[in-house]
Design a protein around this ligand. Structure first.
Ligand code: FAD
Length: 515
């Protein structure tokens, strides 16, 4: 690399200054550094006919979070003598145009394992290679390099968490130091750059004012570091963190870190998070261990990244060799009832309202609604539920979302389809009075606690007194849970049998017979 040339720092995820080796490298020995973010129409296109504001791929909460993160990144860069250049268009075309226009000699960006980014990156890297541009693309979104873990396993991704842990071992990196200054931006030529747009400028309407719950998350690195500090200040809590023991109904003070949106966009470095937790663990006497500890959670994240990277068609059932072939129902009405919080099961509907409003729900709440939609009750395809999560979650993450839907639907990783989350008793265990339901479904706020999880059982006089008539003010249950679980188990048993007989190669004809 010749000293004194122009570098382009392409931000996609990794929206941070701390622990950002790509930015550190770009800032070294360059005359000019162009920090770029490209607003990609693939994610942004708003769909006015959609069931809630925003595009089909990214809902309002996520876009708002992203734009806040970009504003924060811009202000971080300004403190170092630079700023964020925002461009619009198909990212690989835009970046190639910038490489030409700005006479870039060095292109830096964080490596991304997602198939969508892999395709973009191949196009850009090929151009760079043909034109003598150096590419620096470190693996910093995860703790481990999925390529290395897969290589150690003979070219195949490990399919269990324990085997992943054995292969991965201890991470071997050190946190990158933030640059003290960033070389100035050079001439912008004919590339149209803008400030960070607002949600309205992207065609989204901000419905925030109509919503009584203020947004729970403020995007950006500053907020991510503040929240990490807050969580790790409570050393006992960090040390004793035990995931399955968290309360999914805790909404005033949720029982986990709520850092997932920051990890998704890389406002928080997962490596820095890991290091901070390790430091806390060294300071306390006893701490929990993977899979349940906080470190264990970060390792789950890496596990799904590794399997997702090494498995062709990981995000679908057909053509995915690790996914059981199951003849799911194609029932758009049941899907819509679930998505729009109209199943008539208050525990499920309250979770779906929280998801829509907050863009985040607790892990066990995700378990409840994913199990209900698929193998527990409605027998709707996991891909449809995955799409709804993808759109509504701020932390929506290709590898983790697909991995967990495969798990919850008993399509991969977990196969005990007889173990079902009850849409009635599971939530009651944590929240017997139904405070969570009353908060997210105010129509049920006066329903006595005896009926809050099963309001259809309340006598008409009770419903009248609670000002909530079932079937009029709040829906009747879309299915009978006891019948549904029997039917789901029967169909899963038949599907598993067929998968066994055919070694997972199930024809369309056989699938039809199972329906
Ligand atoms: P904490 O418990 O504080 O954990 C810290 C971090 O560890 C999380 O931020 C996350 O990055 C990681 N982590 C925790 N649990 C898991 C897990 N089971 N798998 C992988 N990583 C994990 N998480 C996402 O980040 N994006 C998704 O799109 C997503 N989709 C999911 C879909 C379903 C059906 C289910 C059951 C879970 C999904 N999860 C997803 C995993 C998990 O529910 C969230 O990561 C977690 O609830 C986020 O809250 P937190 O940051 O407070 O987690």
């Amino acid at each position: 690399m010749t000293s004194g040339s122009n570098s382009l720092m392409w931000f996609r995820k990794g929206l941070r200054i701390h622990d950002n080796p790509a930015l550190e490298y770009a800032a070294k020995n360059s005359n000019h550094v162009y920090p770029v973010f490209v607003i990609d129409p693939h994610y942004m296109k708003p769909d006015p006919n959609s069931f809630s504001p925003g595009s089909n791929l990214a809902g309002l909460n996520r876009i708002r979070f992203l734009l806040e993160s970009l504003v924060d990144l811009d202000s971080g860069l300004k403190k170092l003598g630079s700023r964020l250049l925002v461009l619009h268009g198909e990212p690989s075309d835009v970046v190639i145009r910038c490489l030409k226009e700005w006479d870039i000699k060095r292109l830096c960006f964080e490596y991304d394992t997602e198939p969508y980014y892999q395709a973009l990156d191949t196009k850009v890297k090929n151009y760079a290679l043909e034109n003598g541009i150096e590419v620096f693309s470190p693996v910093t979104h995860t703790l481990f390099n999925p390529v290395e873990v897969i290589e150690k396993n003979g070219g195949k991704p490990p399919l269990s968490y324990q085997s992943f842990l054995k292969l991965a071992g201890e991470p071997h990196w050190s946190i990158s130091s933030p640059p003290s200054t960033i070389p100035p931006i050079g001439d912008l030529g004919n590339c149209e750059v803008s400030e960070v747009p607002t949600v309205e400028q992207l065609g989204y309407q901000d419905f925030q004012e109509e919503d009584p719950d203020p947004p729970l998350f403020k995007g950006g690195e500053s907020e991510a570091l503040r929240r990490l500090q807050e969580s790790t200040n409570n050393k006992e809590w960090v040390a004793k963190f035990e995931k399955p023991k968290g309360d999914p109904s805790a909404f005033i003070r949720p029982s986990t870190t709520m850092l997932s949106p920051y990890l998704k966009f890389g406002c928080l470095s997962t490596r820095y998070f890991y290091q901070r937790v390790k430091e806390v663990q060294q300071e306390v006497k006893n701490h929990t261990s993977p899979p349940v500890s906080l470190i264990g959670q970060l390792l789950w994240r890496d596990f799904f990244y590794t399997v997702g990277f090494g498995t062709p068609n990981f995000d679908r059932m057909r053509g995915n060799t690790i996914c059981k072939q199951i003849p799911w129902n194609d029932d758009d009405e049941l899907l819509a009832a679930w998505r729009d919080a109209r199943t008539g099961f208050p525990w499920i509907d309250a979770i779906m309202v929280q998801l829509r409003k907050w863009g985040w729900i607790h892990h066990l709440a995700r378990h409840s609604v994913a199990c209900f939609l698929t193998r527990g009750d409605l027998f709707v395809h996991w891909e449809k539920g995955r799409d709804v999560f993808e759109r509504l979650l701020i932390d929506s993450d290709w590898a983790i979302n697909n991995g967990n839907w495969l798990w919850l639907s008993c399509s991969s990783f977990f196969y005990q389809y007889n173990r079902i989350y009850s849409p009635i008793s599971f939530g009651k265990k944590y929240d017997p009075t139904g405070a969570y339901i009353r908060h997210f479904l105010p129509v049920l706020k006066d329903m006595p606690k005896e009926y809050i999880y099963e309001p259809w059982k309340a006598p008409l006089s009770v419903q009248t007194k609670a000002k909530c008539i079932i079937g009029k003010d709040y829906p009747k249950p879309v299915i009978c849970h006891d019948d549904a679980i029997k039917e789901c188990k029967r169909r899963l048993a038949a599907a598993y049998e067929l998968n066994k007989k055919t070694n997972g190669v199930v024809s369309d004809e056989d699938m039809k017979k199972l329906r």
